[in-house]
Design a protein around this ligand. Structure first.
Ligand code: ME8
Length: 634
């Protein structure tokens, strides 16, 4: 029995999952289901990346602690994976105790062998990416991913001697052309390795700046850099170092990621493994971005689409199918509701759905709802049979090579081949002319094509494919396999009683009014509130009387604001990356005064200052000078 181990990135817990995350996870799920149908022993690992600056800052901004934030979003991911029928073997969270132990163990091992040293470093730090940038990597001083200005940070830290392993890595990637796929990403990595600007990797953060991380086992004043911690999930999640599961699956590890995190996976991770004397993973598969109007869908850019709304409108299988079918693996794809609707209408409803319903209707009408006994195949029949077998073989090859869109192309081709075969052979005429044997042969051939199609669709649209199989009289999952399906023909037993008809992809579902779905598009992401609800928000004009920085909280200022009451209000505001205390004194602000008081860092905050943006790109909303303190905003 072969083993198959697939991973997705572990996602950050600073926001809800969107279509981009859904794509990677649905793809990993499809491949897992595919390999299981091939008889392989499978393991699918996914999870959440919960430490680091980004999460600490998000928690601070939301007025909560990082663990609570992580718990909330880890749950959101799990709920979505359930909705999307994504069946992982293990969901790892980097705050799991077992993961922390693995991280500390590996750090100690690398430290003991002399691959970690202490030094000083200055660089441009992008919190969104959780990494330092060299000046020449920035575009006009701006992070190319997040379009924000990184801050210059200089501090003493621990460094991993990555440079020691780079020549080996370059040679390995050169000699193993399949290691990183598709090949343009491999070339990108080789170009990076060629530049020789790669430095050792800073793998710590001083606790004076960040406490939300795994403590270094050799210096308790520091926590581990989040990427070093996160990448190790791929081995801690299967029980490194001594679980049999690790021995079984690690040699077969295949990672799926998008191009945003190519460098950590293609460079940091192999070097970390080499240093820790752990064998390299098998493959790295890199896909492009889902875009909305040519811009990457992302939490931080605020244009993310809520998959739950799409699932409610179109059904889970239609969404899975669309994602896998519409992105050519390795390239970017544009997400739009019109491409979604046209793809699923054309292929799921028309080609595949229609084929099922018309065939079953004919079996009911002409064959008493039973699988007929075929007669002799003509040369044309044999040719069609051969074409279908070839499509199954190609489908399997594309699945093994992680080319989902191409794999699905082969399945659509089976449906269209069968539809054309029906049209060419006109079973309704054969029935009228009482050519019973020919009628039975034609319909049997189509039913066998349907059986193969349904099995091959199991990894893609699991619940619809199960329904398809049930319609064909195959109700038990036992014995369903894809093995040999590119060679054998005629497994559908003659005499099986079939369902009279089927409406597998009810088009009314996605042709109903689009209002619901419009809510999911970026600009109108939120649902409406009533006028009465809005009028409950009490916003007042105020003036900042005093301002101080909150200790150990990078983004927080403690303000006292006069909002026309007897005493100034104490308000904590996450604006310290943009505004200094001196900037703030005397500033006119708009304050939500009836927000429930909240304790942050031991200080109770009694209101919220209105701002636009985030991080160091945040701006205060300032009222006109003529407005008195305490005036209500209506
Ligand atoms: O990077 N198109 O987490 P993350 C396609 N925690 N895929 C997308 C996408 C888009 N627009 N947006 C996100 C992290 N993805 C780290 C990973 S792994 C050890 C640590 C998918 O929440 C895609 O798989 O930012 C991408 O690589 C991943 O989500 C990034 O998720």
């Amino acid at each position: 029995m072969k083993s198959f181990y697939i991973t997705t990135p572990i996602y950050y817990v600073n926001g809800k999952p969107h279509i981009g995350h859904s794509y990677t996870s649905v793809l990993a799920d499809m491949l897992t289901r595919y390999h299981a149908l091939e008889g392989d022993e499978v393991f699918f690992l996914t999870g959440t990346d919960e430490h680091g600056d980004k999460i600490a800052r998000s928690a601070e901004k939301e007025g909560t602690d990082p663990q609570t934030l992580a718990d909330r979003y880890a749950k959101e991911f799990k709920v979505l994976w359930d909705m999307l029928d994504v069946k992982y073997s293990e969901f790892i969270r980097t705050t799991d105790e077992s993961h922390k132990q693995v991280v500390q163990r590996v750090l100690q091992k690398i430290y003991d062998k002399g691959d970690i040293y202490f030094g000083e470093y200055g660089g441009y730090y992008c919190c969104g990416c959780e990494r330092f940038y060299a000046e020449n990597e920035l575009e006009d001083g701006i992070c190319p991913q997040h379009k924000t200005k990184p801050e210059y940070v200089k501090e003493k830290n621990y460094f991993f001697k990555m440079s020691r392993y780079l020549p080996w890595l370059k040679e390995y990637i050169t000699e193993h052309p399949d290691f990183i796929q598709p090949s343009h990403y491999r070339n990108e990595v080789l170009a990076l390795l060629q530049q020789e600007t790669l430095e050792d990797l800073c793998i710590s953060r001083p606790k004076s700046r960040l406490t939300w991380g795994i403590e270094l086992p050799f210096d308790t004043d520091y926590v581990c850099y989040v990427w070093f911690d996160a990448l190790l999930n791929y081995i801690s999640g299967i029980g490194y170092p001594d679980s049999p599961c690790f021995d079984t699956f690690w040699p077969h590890a295949e990672h799926i990621i998008a191009k945003d995190i190519l460098k950590p996976h293609a460079i940091f991770w192999p070097c970390m493994l080499a240093s820790a004397e752990i064998p390299l993973f098998k493959k790295l598969y890199v896909h492009g971005y889902w875009l909305s109007k040519d811009t990457k869908l992302s939490k931080s850019l605020g244009n993310a689409i809520d998959p739950a709304l799409l699932i409610n409108q179109y059904g889970v299988d239609a969404i899975r199918y669309f994602l896998l079918r519409d992105m050519s693996f390795g390239s970017d794809a544009n997400f739009s509701l019109s491409s979604l609707a046209s793809r699923i209408t054309a292929e799921l409803a028309n080609d595949i759905g229609n084929l099922f319903s018309r065939t079953l209707a004919m079996i009911a009408k002409y064959c008493d709802s039973k699988v007929p006994q075929p007669g002799q195949y003509t040369q044309h029949d044999e040719c069609i049979q051969q074409t279908i077998l070839e499509h199954i073989a190609m489908y399997k090859q594309h699945c093994r090579q992680v080319a989902p869109a191409k794999a699905l192309e082969n399945l659509v081709a089976i449906a269209s081949c069968a539809n054309k075969y029906i049209d060419a052979n006109a079973p309704w005429t054969l029935y009228k002319e009482k050519q019973e044997e020919r009628l039975a042969t034609v319909l049997y051939l189509v039913l066998e094509a349907l059986r193969k199609l349904a099995i091959a669709l199991l990894p893609v649209v699991p619940s619809t494919a199960k329904t398809m199989l049930a319609l064909l009289g195959i109700t038990s999952p036992l014995g369903i396999t894809l093995q040999e399906e590119e060679r054998i023909w005629g497994k559908l037993p003659v005499g099986t009683v079939l369902a009279p008809s089927a409406n597998l992809f009810p088009r009314e579902q996605w042709e109903k009014p689009m209002d619901l779905i419009e809510v999911a598009t970026p600009k109108e992401e939120k649902t409406y509130i009533s006028f009465e609800q809005f009028s409950l928000v009490d916003m007042r004009v105020g003036t900042v009387i005093s301002a101080t920085k909150v200790e150990n909280a990078r983004s927080l200022l403690l303000l006292h604001v006069d909002v026309g009451e007897d005493n100034p209000r104490t308000i904590l505001s996450g604006i310290a990356e943009k505004y200094t205390p001196t900037d703030m004194v005397g500033k006119r602000v708009i304050v939500v005064v009836n927000l429930q008081p909240k304790k942050i860092r031991g200080i109770e905050s009694h209101g919220m200052i209105l701002t636009v943006g985030e991080g160091n790109d945040i701006y205060l909303l300032e009222p006109s000078d003529v407005c008195m303190n305490g005036s209500r905003i209506v």
